[in-house]
Design a protein around this ligand. Structure first.
Ligand code: ZN
Length: 163
């Protein structure tokens, strides 16, 4: 069965930035996603189309088709008390640390640039924004999505969503 919109795909992957490995699914369960519903980055979803079980490929995806370009205006100063777990993080914030900011739209991930006593400068770009990503992919399984998965817009079960 070929990967088309409305199929659930299980795949293993190695992700690198061209120099070092960033993620690796081998050794755990393969990732599962519902194809055609924007559940993975656009460049990888496009490469997956038409592949079958057992297919393996390596592809480099430019930032525009991955997590987007870095935005220069994404550095903001926020009060430390607006961070998730702020009591625990007080006096422990260091440049490069990942934190979550509580916003009206829910928690938003950011990277600490500079920490002060009451405020912290954070970069709200996705950590992988601006980076060309190389994926080594092996397709492990392809099946028809259930009606429930299609209505939810994501895959269920191992490697997918659990409710
Ligand atoms: Zn669901």
């Amino acid at each position: 069965m070929k990967i088309t919109s409305g199929t659930v795909v299980n795949f293993h992957y190695r992700l690198s930035n061209g120099e070092q490995e960033l993620e690796n699914s081998h050794g755990g369960d393969p990732m599962a996603y519902l194809h055609g519903h924007n559940n993975i980055i656009p460049g990888l979803e496009a490469e997956m189309s038409g592949k079958e079980v057992g297919d393996a490929f390596t592809v480099t995806i430019q930032a525009e088709q991955a997590y987007g370009l870095r935005r220069d205006d994404a550095v903001q100063r926020v009060p430390i008390k607006h961070l998730h777990n702020s009591a625990k993080l007080k006096n422990k914030l260091k440049p490069g640390m990942l934190v979550h900011i509580n916003t009206n739209d829910g928690a938003k991930q950011a990277t600490v640039v500079k920490a002060g006593r009451f405020n912290v400068d954070v970069d709200t770009n996705h950590p992988l924004a601006g980076i060309a990503l190389t994926f080594e992919v092996k397709v492990e399984a392809v099946r028809e999505a259930t009606a429930e998965e299609v209505s939810h817009g994501h895959a269920h079960g191992v490697g997918g969503h659990h409710h």
